[in-house]
Design a protein. Structure first.
Lengths: 386, 305
């Protein structure tokens, strides 16, 4: 009898402990089931800074949604499942395969276009909403159902940068410098395509391999080619900062027009006065943004005590969580097919990154700004809608 | 492309500057290889770690474990403090990563150095965050301009400090008792021990010296590369290639190999393609391995025996 009682108590303790770990109390207490969304940022590796910004953006959005009355809908909160996409494509695909087994209803996909393109074959086999900030034009042309891009594509950015160089800065002999990854190569192709509209070819089109620290060869080639404007398409802010410093130290004097990373705060922190006078094609300029973005910036700073990298880091992903929450709330379900259909109808939705209007390829944002950098701040030069 | 003499001199100066950094790190590889017979895969992190530590003492707005540091020590004081701390780190590295494994062959030690490298990179990310950090330069961003050349004062400093360190190393190894003990230990540890040399102590000093070379490389290169947890990785890879090109184990080989790789990859990037800068360095490495496996200054294996 004593043995049976002891056995019963031990069994009960084991069951109770297991239940506590597996979330059984939610069922017992009638707590609404959380809505699980996946997140695969680069937590480790050379893009960990982006990954941190993405995680911060998601945390801020999820905390705000879970704190509001009714949470997402019917008191169901968001629950985020995170896997590390690290810095390479294989790891991103492995992280994707792992997270797809975690009962998620949507995925906040990596911002790195090269990883999106590597993941596409797996993504095609799962019909759930995928949100990305990857700007390579090709990303939304891969045939992945339910892939939505929450920033202006490189097509829009490159067109705006090129037009600015040729029409505003009167460039006759533009040169291109870009990273050799999918982002840099795709952006450079777009610039070449847009230069052709002005009957021009770049006088130099230089690419550099990953982890380059000394850009002397590339910059001297551009200088000796007689370039009168330099268009840069680079994702890594650290690379951008080093190039800006070395442009100065190698005596290049032409106008510089860079992709969004040139406006990244960490790039400006390192480049300091070397960034002065440079122009940047940017999907977000602080001080020239909507009230939604102002609220986001304030909340972000109050929570994390530093300024966000809105464009490639935390802004688009914050919008992604709210877009999903709005869709789920309206349809009172997380059914992936219904959510994809609802997201495709997005029109006039105001987010941090601007006004969202979904086109046939899943592109949500269609505007970009050209800004000028001076003394660590960026002022708006013009807005361009693609 | 028309020949531009100014551009070529500019390429040479920048190539020598980057090559000097490869040479210093290659020296660290060679010293440890000679002393204990293994390749230290944490050599690049000996450049990264002190750079982060120094930045914490120098820059007012750097967060360490999420807490803002406001030390802002004078540059010379900060450098001196970091050098002292790195002496301790070198001793600790020897004590933890090498000493307990010294009698178990080369493989466990190599794996141990790989483990330390991974640990240090993750430690750096946790401690200083993932954001690249700008390292204050002793000089302004202005270049010295003459005859169309634009030379960074930092590049001149790198080349000058490397030359001084090479001269110091020559003096240490050729003219001091300590240097002779280090050379004797490198050549034959058993005989050195029989001659009364305290081999364990000499090995520990070699690790410390190697860490200090990395520290000085970090001070020199950080103002132009900025500080990231990966900064040592590529430098170490090129330095490793440099030490093989020069002849693994050869000190003059490491220096010449480092300078050669720096200059050739800079010229190659300009005249061939910048996209193949890294490939050029490793094509040289493969060519040397094929046609002169002992390296430019290395002894043939038969001669060693």
């Amino acid at each position: 009898m004593h043995q049976n009682r002891k056995k019963f108590l031990v069994t009960s303790a084991v069951v109770a402990t297991s239940a506590a770990i597996t979330g059984f109390p939610n069922i017992v207490l009638g707590a609404p089931e959380p809505i699980r969304i996946g997140l695969i940022p680069p937590i480790t590796g050379s893009n960990a800074l982006l990954g941190q910004q993405e995680q911060d953006g998601v945390k801020l959005a999820v905390d705000q949604i879970n704190a509001r009355k009714g949470k997402v809908y019917d008191d169901r909160p968001f629950e985020v499942v995170t896997e590390d996409a690290t810095n390479d494509n294989q790891s991103a695909v492995a992280a994707l395969n792992k997270i797809l087994g975690e009962n998620i209803v949507a995925l906040l996909a990596p911002v790195l276009s090269t990883q999106i393109q590597a993941m596409a074959p797996v993504m095609k086999t799962h019909e759930i909403p995928w949100m990305t900030g990857g700007t390579a034009v090709k990303n939304t042309q891969l045939g992945v159902p339910g892939l939505f891009r929450l920033r202006a594509s490189d097509g829009i950015t490159a067109a705006a940068m090129t037009a600015f160089a040729v029409t505003d800065k009167k460039a006759k002999k533009p040169a291109i410098l870009h990273a050799s990854d999918a982002f840099g190569t795709g952006g450079a192709e777009q610039i070449v395509m847009n230069l052709k509209k002005f009957n021009m070819d770049p006088v130099a089109n230089e690419q550099y391999p990953k982890d380059t620290k000394d850009f002397t060869a590339e910059l001297l080639k551009i200088k000796t080619a007689g370039a009168d404007a330099l268009l840069m398409y680079i994702q890594n802010p650290s690379d951008t900062a080093l190039i800006l410093q070395q442009i100065r130290s190698n005596g290049l004097k032409m106008p510089i027009i860079g992709s969004p990373s040139l406006g990244n705060q960490s790039a400006l922190d390192i480049a300091k006065q070397s960034a002065n006078g440079a122009y940047v094609g940017l999907d977000f300029i602080v001080g020239f943004n909507s009230s939604v973005a102002t609220k986001f910036l304030t909340s972000y700073y109050n929570t994390f005590h530093h300024q966000p990298d809105v464009g490639s880091g935390s802004g688009w992903i914050y919008d992604g969580v709210f877009l999903l929450a709005d869709a789920y709330r309206k349809q009172k379900s997380t059914d992936p097919k219904a959510t994809i259909a609802a997201l495709k109808k997005t029109k006039g939705w105001e987010g941090v990154m601007g006004t969202f209007n979904c086109d046939g390829e899943g592109n949500m944002v269609h505007a970009i700004s050209i800004g000028e950098i001076n003394d660590d701040s960026i002022k708006l030069v013009k807005k361009v809608t693609g | 492309m028309p020949f531009d003499p100014v551009a070529n001199v500019q390429l040479l100066i920048n190539g020598l500057a980057i090559g000097s950094i490869y040479a210093l790190v290659a020296l660290g590889f060679v010293l440890i290889y000679n002393a204990v017979g293994v390749v230290n895969f944490a050599q690049g992190d000996f450049v990264m770690l002190p750079s982060y530590v120094a930045i914490s003492f120098l820059v007012p707005q750097v967060a360490v474990f999420g807490t803002m540091m406001h030390w802002q020590l004078p540059v010379i004081v900060a450098y001196a403090v970091v050098l002292v701390l790195m002496v301790g780190f070198g001793l600790l590295f020897n004590l933890i990563a090498y000493h307990p494994l010294r009698d178990r062959g080369w493989m466990p030690v190599v794996i141990s150095t790989i483990g330390v490298s991974i640990f240090l990179r993750n430690f750096a990310q946790l401690t200083w965050g993932s954001q690249p950090l700008g390292f204050p330069s002793l000089f302004s961003a202005e270049t010295i301009d003459f005859s169309g050349l634009h030379v960074r004062p930092q590049d001149i400093l790198i080349i000058a400090v490397t030359a001084v360190l090479i001269a110091f190393q020559y003096f240490l190894f050729e003219r001091t008792s300590l240097g002779k003990q280090m050379r004797a230990t490198a050549q034959d540890r058993t005989t050195a021990r029989l001659l009364g040399i305290r081999v364990s102590r000499i090995v520990a000093i070699t690790f410390v010296y190697s860490v200090l070379l990395g520290t000085i490389s970090g001070f020199l290169v950080s103002p132009i590369f900025s500080v990231t947890k990966e900064m040592g990785g590529l430098i170490a890879l090129k330095a490793f290639a440099a030490s093989i090109v020069g002849g693994f184990g050869s000190i003059p080989g490491a220096i010449i190999g480092g300078l050669a790789i720096g200059v050739v990859e800079t010229f190659g990037g300009f005249y061939v393609s910048a996209a193949y800068t890294d490939a050029i360095a490793f094509v040289i490495l493969i060519a040397v391995l094929l046609f002169r496996p002992q390296g430019l200054f290395g002894e043939r294996v038969a001669e060693k025996a």
